[in-house]
Design a protein around this ligand. Sequence first.
Ligand code: HAM
Length: 466
Amino acid sequence: MDKSVGKAQKSGVKLEKFQTPRGVHDVLPDDHAYFTIIKKVVRHRARQAGYRRISTPVIEYKDVFVRGVGESTDIVEKELYSFSTKEGGDEYALKPEGTAGIVRAYIQHGMGSLPQPVELYYIEPHFRHDRPQKGRYRQFFQFGFEVLGESDPGVDAQIIQLAHLVYSDLGIADRLSLQISTLGCSECREKFINDLRDYYIGKERNLCEDCVRRLQTNPLRLLDCKEEDCKILAENAPKFKSEICDECKDHHQKVLELLDAIDIEYIENDSLVRGLDYYNRTVFEFWDKASGGSSSVGGGGRYDGLVEQLGGAATPACGFAAGMERVVALMREEKLMAPDKDHIDVFVAQLGFEPKKVALQLLTALRSEGVHALGAVGKASMKAQLSKADKFGAPFALILGEVEVREGKVILRDMKSGTQEVIPIGKAVAQILKRISKDRLDTYDPTKELKKDNSVKPEDELLIRD
Ligand code: HAM
């Protein structure tokens, strides 16, 4: 134990008990069992469809999000964690979402010259200064898919299908309803926004404070306000679908027909506008049927103008992201247990320093065969060590005392029945392997996967790119 801690406790000084800040949380081992299966499913489905993984930094220049997500969005106006650097006063922000950073990376690394479309996926933490409540955190994980460089409606349909497949693999697809709409192109949107402003003239008194402001800054957001009075007004507002141009109508119709062709059910929802400014044409969200749109489990859409808006060449794009904590919550509600590979199969107990050396050798041999094994530490009594083996749920214990070591033997104990047998130390690993099923073994040999190749570039060329 750290002596200074002991001293402070003895002198009666109360040590501060730190907690995570409001709205952020630890991902504990039990939660990681869920995160692990989500990551596996995402990786598997993404690879099947040709996606490659990307991670952008947690911090970016603030302008990436201001220009990308939109100055008048809640995410940028109210929820961005931003700060200035000490040197130079550059403004940075923690990433509130993945798309803007990926578009920045696409431009920065010249991905426009790669075969198009470029398909990327990510599993990353994001940060929003949201009001903490169930399913709404200040740090949360998203998995997401982005396809850059293709305008065909087939991309929109395939991204939606990919999201659906992931939800389906995770056992929650039946809980979700896919809401879909179109926001048209910049021209039809401008016309629609004017009509929307005309409709709301004289009705400002009935709007919430935020919507009065949004009427000037971002009128589309009036359509998905959750305040009761605003909802009633939104129901009678002009409908986007009836105002979009022929090309946008055709794109939307094709997306729907392609979804029909691959048996993806959807609900057309005219008031779906999404909370980010970069969207055009297709927008969609997956809602929990039980709670509706108040906390979507995932969402996305087309963002054909964003690459250009962030300084690149005109490049159509479409994507999707889901909140992993919300997925885990639904999996738990569905009573789905994530596979947990953190079991312990063998506890190696020892009494004395010489037995401890042999115990360590046994542990090493067991682990190299893929057996999950624990022990060879401490000076506790045999009874205490066996009780520990029980608490860790180990089905077997190997027991070594001075006598056993001298005789080259070890006691193999079946923890459930309590039966014991004395076996030669050299046979202990084989005896254990005979008793535990193969699917409990953790045999992974990365040396089989790592191959030498002279085309591999030195580290600095890979990591420090202009
Ligand atoms: P978003 O709708 O803002 O879209 O977020 C996507 C998902 O992240 C939400 O559906 C929700 O599950 C989760 N999420 C958002 N905020 C929180 C929070 N405070 N706590 C927990 N979960 C949260 C985007 O982020 C877009 N970048 C999606 C996209 C990708 N569009 C095109 N490509």
